[in-house]
Design a protein around this ligand. Structure first.
Ligand code: SAM
Length: 247
């Protein structure tokens, strides 16, 4: 029997999902940053700053920013790890990675960076390579999330940590209703106005609803081997930072 999975609210053949996700990010790559600011009213910058603050990354560390796209996290990590460290900005999508690479070169932070096109489900790095792996707003798009978590666990050094920053389930039911109205009525329209692509932003809001909630993802991280797995809700659980360690 054919294996199926969700692409937003649509049920698709599991082999098709990565291609459909790729179309979304090829389409929005050049307008990705400006849309993030519009949709979140700039708040995504605070969520990312908090992620960096709790990363434990120090000079000399090796960091993998997975599904790193245009490189907001990678840029900050480049400064933290310094000349003796290394940041790998990695993404499955050539258009997003190319935007990221240009931004890093323009910002003058590419000296201690590598750019690697890779699928999170099968990372092309040796075991025990990184002190920290981050994945911001990426896991939601991955077809086999369990395979991705196992792959991340493998490439972390013992003592290393994973931080997954991802949309999640708001904790307050009234707030959830208002947020749903905003998401479904406003975001696809703004997406269409800014990028000319309504469907990609319809996918965005649907994919958020299909993503595992806080406790489910915590359990998946434990299942993949992570120790001391926990999460921190931000903005009432609109997003959560999941954290886990490799012992
Ligand atoms: C919403 S963007 C996030 C970009 C960046 N991390 C940020 O926070 O601004 C999601 C990214 O995940 C990437 N992605 C989707 N599926 C992936 C996979 N299986 N492996 C690696 N990256 C993937 C997409 O290409 C896209 O660049």
């Amino acid at each position: 029997m054919k294996k199926t999975t969700h692409f937003g609210y649509q049920q698709v053949d599991a082999n098709e999902k990565a291609g459909r996700v790729a179309e979304v990010f090829h389409s929005v790559a050049s307008k990705y940053d400006v849309m993030n600011d519009f949709m979140s009213m700039g708040i995504h910058r605070l969520w990312k700053r908090y992620t960096i603050d709790i990363s434990g990354v120090r000079p000399g560390h090796k960091v993998l920013d997975l599904a790193g796209g245009t490189g907001d996290l990678a840029k900050a990590f480049s400064k933290k790890v310094g000349a003796t460290g290394e940041v790998v900005l990695s993404d499955i999508n050539a258009s997003m990675l190319s935007e990221g690479r240009s931004r890093m070169l323009d910002a003058g932070v590419a000296n201690n960076m590598r750019f690697v096109q890779a699928n999170a489900e099968a990372l092309p790095f040796p075991d025990n390579t990184f002190n920290c792996v981050t994945m911001a707003f990426g896991l939601r798009n991955v077809t086999d999330k369990d395979a991705a978590l196992r792959s991340i666990y493998r490439v972390l050094k013992p003592g290393g940590r994973l931080l997954v920053l991802e949309f999640s389930r708001p904790t307050n039911s009234l707030f959830r209703k208002i947020y749903d109205e905003y998401s479904f009525r406003v975001i696809p329209k703004v997406g269409e106005a800014v990028t000319g692509d309504r469907d990609s932003y319809q996918y965005l809001v649907e994919s958020i609803r299909m993503h595992p909630d806080q406790d489910t993802l915590k359990g998946m991280m434990e299942e993949a081997g992570f120790d001391r797995s926990d999460y921190i809700n931000l903005t009432n659980g609109v997003v959560a930072i999941h954290r886990g360690f490799k012992l």
